[in-house]
Design a protein around this ligand. Sequence first.
Ligand SMILES: Nc1nc2c(ncn2[C@@H]2O[C@H](COP(=O)(O)OP(=O)(O)OP(=O)(O)O)[C@@H](O)[C@H]2O)c(=O)[nH]1
Length: 465
Amino acid sequence: MSVIHPISGLKNEQVKETNLSDFVKKVGRKIGLATALLGMVTLAGYAFGIEFLYRPIATEPATNPLTALVVILLGFGLEIHGRMLSNRFSFFLAIASIVICVTHLASFFYISDFSQIFMLFESVVYEDLMQGKNNSMGMNTTLMLLLLAIAHLLYIFRQANYSQLLSFTALCIPMISITGYAYGLTSFYGAMSLLSTTFGVFLCLGTLAITADNGGVRAILSPYIGGRIARIQIVLGYFVPLIIGYLVIRSLMNSDQNSVFGIYVVSICWFIALLVVVSAIVQEQVDGKRREVEKALQLSAMTDELTQLPNRRHFMEKATEALIKEKSDISELSSWVLMVDIDHFKKINDTEGHEMGDKVLVEFALIMNKFVGPGDLVCRLGGEEFAFFFSQKTAPEMSEIANNILQSVEDMTIPSYTDVYGSITTSIGCAKSEDKTDIDHVLRLADYALYASKNAGRNRVMFAA
Ligand SMILES: Nc1nc2c(ncn2[C@@H]2O[C@H](COP(=O)(O)OP(=O)(O)OP(=O)(O)O)[C@@H](O)[C@H]2O)c(=O)[nH]1
């Protein structure tokens, strides 16, 4: 059950949601800081000639100083995002990253490398290349960093959803690279070092994290059922195909049976279908419970708690619907409203207490219910006052029903009351709808008739003039 937060007045799920997105945003900034520091450690590797710091695996590609530089810019940009007075500085960091990435990207197409102006430790890189070692800022890395820099710019200009979309797109690149390292497929990562891949994952996740109160990230972090299902789907939907893929690639390497790839495709499709079905089952279970609660709430909002008869609101709604429908009928018959009020009810409370009064009301309601046919309605208007809506009746039929009600109430036996004080009686006021669709008006006419009936000595039926 949800509880209202004492200070903010928010439900506890909403408080949880806000706290979680604040926490994730904070984590995003810390990831940015950690990545920037790691980028600096990489540059320190170049400065002090410690190769391990920029090439942790000796036989694999290195993280180029230009990559490390952009990583530092974006990492610090992440750390200062959202802080007061820092927008101008983070704007500068994003623009600087974009300029470096665009000039470097241009070098892939125009051969001349403008980005060399930004290059640090050129001699170390040159030496590496001379020795046949891989040390360059590849197309993948450049594209990933450019997408992230634009995402940062969009975030600064309050376009968090687009920023999220770009960082999610950028995430594809290091994920492919990671998969390459995991599967041992060099073409998957190319010139992207494991270190640059890690920087990429951190920066993409950090950028996604700072947009935690928007779009898809917000939906995934939601404490409600949709968020819970999405989290499970993301973890399973990513890792299960990844593991199956690993097994398939191993099998393909050890045999030349291409049918293994077919099995891979089918098993992934099957798995996705299974994931969707399981989430639909969970969603349906939760939604089914919600629908039941909603129905029960709706019913209780329409029902009188003591007598379990419909309440005034329900009566007014249904009777209005019936009157509108009747107006379009060409039948000679008409609708009627009866107001029924127990005579001297106060005396029951005064002599035998409220509990006895309640008992009488419950018994009385049961009797009233017996007179309700198809298309008719009865309700407890309030106190000891009840109302009927009868459809398609003539005046003599109505008179007969009203007198039967009087008689049934008089015949009602309430142990320890009617045997001591005698019968309980009731007064009835009756009004015809007369082609009126305003139920308030008909009810008022019935009330006048009821008043007349009380004034005339009670225990009788009076018709509105
Ligand atoms: N036990 C009980 N009493 C109720 C309830 N709702 C209203 N009453 C009481 O019903 C009594 C109605 O009294 P009056 O309006 O004077 O009506 P009456 O005594 O029936 O007199 P007439 O209608 O003129 O015949 C009041 O004493 C209310 O407190 C209820 O849910 N339970």
